[in-house]
Write a protein that binds this ligand. Structure first.
Ligand code: TRP
Length: 337
């Protein structure tokens, strides 16, 4: 039986934070150990260029993200772990897809609409000011990522659901014109992998500047946790865990029993300073072994590179023959042998 293919990409513009870990990396790594699926996980480095034109940052982020996934125990014998840019067939496919995707569909993409809306609010006459073609065509590149490997399931955050719908739409059009070549992908949203709160209580996100990097050195981690916002209730006063950022982060790293115990301590009026200590100890203990592996990997980038090269070989074993088939399907081939 052919295994189910799950695929997801990580844009290489930042440093992985606790929110990424809880929402995406941890479930993906668990899935990498499931022998009934073949996971394709990749560094979306061409996606990074859409919003980041700082080469050093893109390079550094690729290194940090790859090291993070490996340090956390990604099973690379089962999962295919690669860099998007190592699979040039994805770029080739993007053009084929661009030629069947309607421009109107792209006009409706959230990221593009948000950018034009911002121009409008700023009183700009040219609503497309400062918007590059990469941003406009972003959903087509994402469709190419997904369709290249005929992924069945695509685990993503809620903000990405529209892009998966677009990939389905584009795949359907291609199939209609050229025959059934692509599987229609489905988005998978992890409902209980709820979004983690950031230091200010809003969703932890790079764009809010409220993140706690996953592998921050111990001292810095402690400092950041101490800065998490709380209300002004005094020690001894009962506190509500369900509206508390400290508690919501704690919950993401604790067992049911540990959570119950902490609920009790909130009722008894645990002091904020004490709760911050509890949270720090707990997270620190949880991530220290992986942090040590992460730091060792950063000192030996050739190990990381070797893993990515191996992943690229596995990915291209699929993409090269598939691209041959697709070229033929659209009428691009040698005239004679
Ligand atoms: N755009 C996605 C994000 O920002 C990352 C990504 C790129 C992706 N290509 C993908 C996710 C393909 C899933 C499938 O989160």
């Amino acid at each position: 039986m052919t295994k189910e293919i799950i695929l997801t990409g990580i844009t290489t513009t930042g440093t992985p934070h606790l929110g990424n870990y809880v929402g995406a990396i941890r479930p993906a790594i668990a899935a990498s150990k499931n022998a009934n699926v073949t996971p394709f996980y990749f560094l979306a480095d061409y996606h990074a260029l859409i919003k980041c034109q700082e080469p050093e940052r893109v390079r550094r982020s690729s290194l940090e993200i790859a090291a993070t996934w490996l340090a956390l125990g990604l099973d690379t014998t089962n999962a295919v772990f690669y860099r998007q840019s190592d699979v040039p067939e994805i770029m080739e496919l993007m053009w084929m897809l661009a030629c069947v995707a309607s421009k109107g569909l792209m006009n409706r993409a959230h990221a593009y609409k948000a950018a034009t809306a911002e121009n409008e609010q700023g009183g700009e006459n040219d609503l497309d000011k400062g918007i590059n073609m990469g941003l406009f065509a972003y959903p087509i590149l994402m469709a190419a990522d997904i369709l290249m490997f005929n992924a069945h399931k695509v685990p993503v955050g809620k903000d990405q659901i529209q892009h998966i719908e677009m990939a389905r739409d584009i795949a359907g059009r291609f199939n209609h014109i050229y025959g059934e070549h692509f599987t229609l992908p489905e988005a998978v949203i992890d409902e209980h992998g709820a979004t983690l709160s950031g230091m200010d209580g809003r969703k932890m996100s790079k764009s809010y500047n409220n993140t706690i990097p996953l592998f921050e050195p111990e001292k810095k981690l402690k400092k950041l946790i101490n800065k998490i916002q709380t209300n002004s209730l005094e020690p001894g006063q009962a506190k509500d865990p369900d509206t508390c950022t400290l508690f919501s982060i704690y919950k993401a790293f604790a067992t049911t029993n540990e959570v119950l115990e902490i609920r009790q301590r909130y009722a008894e009026g645990i002091a904020w300073g004490e709760m911050k200590g509890v949270l720090f100890e707990h997270i620190n203990e949880h991530i220290t072994p992986a942090r040590e592996r992460y730091e060792a990997l950063l000192q030996a980038p050739e190990h990381i590179e070797a893993q990515l090269q191996e992943g690229a070989l596995k990915a291209r074993a699929v993409s090269v023959p598939f691209m041959k088939e697709l070229r033929k399907a659209v009428g691009i081939s040698r005239i004679s042998l």
